[in-house]
Design a protein around this ligand. Sequence first.
Ligand SMILES: [Zn+2]
Ligand SMILES: [Zn+2]
Length: 254
Amino acid sequence: MRLEVFGSDGGIGNPLRTLALLVDDDILVEAGSGLGELPLERLVRIDHVFVSHSHLDHIACLPLLIDAVAARRDTPVVVHATQETIASLREHVFNWSIWPDFTALPTPERPALTFEPLDLGKSVDLGGRLFTALPARHAVPTVGFLLDSGRASLAYSADTSTCDELWRTLNQVENLAHVIVETSYDDSLMDLTIKAGHLSPTLLAAELAKLERPARVHIAHMKSGLADTILREVERLALPHQPAHLARGQVLEF
Ligand SMILES: [Zn+2]
Ligand SMILES: [Zn+2]
């Protein structure tokens, strides 16, 4: 599998883009503002979108994606998310007020968008590429994702605070090669970090101490203006996994 990073940040302010990870041209993980970087002909080829939770930085471009491609596709874009996230998207976004309900457009029989509920731990098989929801702990119901090509696996934490279950699950993944993990705030904002359900460098260190596998660790979801401080603090901690910034434009093959 080939994962291309179009957005990896937790906020905006050029050159920042919120999370949008394109897998093999046809699958998108998160629909943040980075999605707006793709030309229309590449947007049209996205068949599946995995959304971790309902927060705006992860779904901001989802309504615009569906609108942009609706007339150019024969099949619906399938959005995979938990029941709770789907309910939020239906109630608060695709509600005819914020945006049209594309599950009924252009016709209910041939809609531009369908929702597919995800269950924790149950895999979705897309042509031999397995997508499995991972446990996360955040301000709203959230899941991370495990992407397994058969050869190797990549884990994406989504937004999470301390979550023992996540690391317990990843320690069972024998072919784990990459872990993308959030670090939203620097350590001076510890109170906010905990209240908002995120990680700071010190909390990240405690989480990575639970990971018993030698994976490459990539840091994502840093909030606007905090990247330099966060990365400096992470470097000072001299963590064994040597986490590196997941940069826009980066490609991970696994
Ligand atoms: Zn969030
Ligand atoms: Zn977020």
